[in-house]
Design a protein around this ligand. Structure first.
Ligand SMILES: Nc1ncnc2c1ncn2[C@@H]1O[C@H](COP(=O)(O)OP(=O)(O)OP(=O)(O)O)[C@@H](O)[C@H]1O
Length: 249
């Protein structure tokens, strides 16, 4: 598909991300703080992304593939503004809703109901906005009988379902999805796909990471392959998947 005449919604210019890992294992936080203040902390540096140039266009579904550790999650964190690039820059022309770690803001001792409001607030929605979509969230997550139980009693699938339902309660301008379509049972995955397709039909831009090549080929219009932090190829999903498979075998 040709997006050359379409509007950019995200532009990455020579984005590089460097992680710093302390050279020695520190026993306690106090030890770490002392070393830090004495300027005796030594770090190993590691570039997780190198000079990534990439444009994402309004309304497209864009897939990211690559081996474990290739830098996919790091790239999604940069796009979601969770992480600032060490070098280069990112320009966003829209509001990004990240689905990075589902239910990351959930509190285990609070009930499902309380967590819906808490997580909604973390995503920037008001109490009134959350009240308006509360029933729809609970129905989508299929958790009506359990909504007043503390979520420490939930299974990981129930947890993820509630996280997905809250984060997608409103139509996002840009939806960033990290590997979450592999959670939950098959029936729930189908519902997630249907919701993503509904967002696409309504004009949302969607960026997703998946290790399932069939998902990338069936959902995306373009895909990118990240290899050791570098963008190896961007283009039609079937061609990118083929090149990726050829290289890994
Ligand atoms: N906070 C961090 N501190 C140090 N190194 C990190 C940190 N987060 C990620 N890394 C390293 O950066 C590299 C890229 O990680 P990233 O999570 O972006 O890869 P990924 O492609 O999403 O992998 P996966 O498919 O396993 O999720 C890996 O080598 C990882 O170990």
């Amino acid at each position: 598909m040709d997006f050359s005449d379409q509007k950019e919604i995200i532009r990455l210019e020579k984005v590089s991300v460097q992680y710093r890992i302390p050279e020695e294992r520190m026993g306690t936080f106090k030890e770490y703080a002392i070393r830090f203040l004495q300027r005796k902390l030594r770090f190993n540096t590691f570039w997780a992304l190198h000079d990534v140039d990439l444009s994402i266009y309004r309304g497209e579904v864009f897939g990211l593939i690559g081996k474990n550790g290739a830098g996919k999650s790091t790239l999604l964190k940069v796009i979601s503004r969770v992480l600032r690039p060490t070098k280069g820059r990112i320009i966003l022309y829209g509001k990004v809703a990240p689905l990075l770690e589902l239910g990351a803001g959930f509190h285990p001792e609070l009930t499902g109901r309380e967590n819906v409001f808490l997580n909604g607030a973390l995503l920037g929605y008001s109490r009134r906005e959350m009240e308006a979509c509360f029933d729809q969230i609970v129905d989508f997550a299929e958790l009506r009988p359990f909504i007043d139980a503390p979520i420490r009693t939930y299974s990981s699938g129930m947890y993820a379902r509630l996280g997905f339902a809250v984060a997608t309660a409103y139509i996002p301008e840009v939806l960033v999805v990290d590997e979450i379509l592999s959670v939950g049972d098959e029936e729930f995955q189908k519902k997630c796909f249907a919701r993503i397709n509904e967002f696409r039909a309504k004009g949302s831009t969607i960026i997703l990471v998946s290790h399932m090549m069939t998902q990338i080929e069936s959902l995306c219009q373009r895909a990118a392959w990240l290899r050791n932090g570098k963008l190896e190829m961007v283009g039609e999903p079937s061609k990118v998947v083929e090149a990726y498979r050829g290289a890994s075998s």
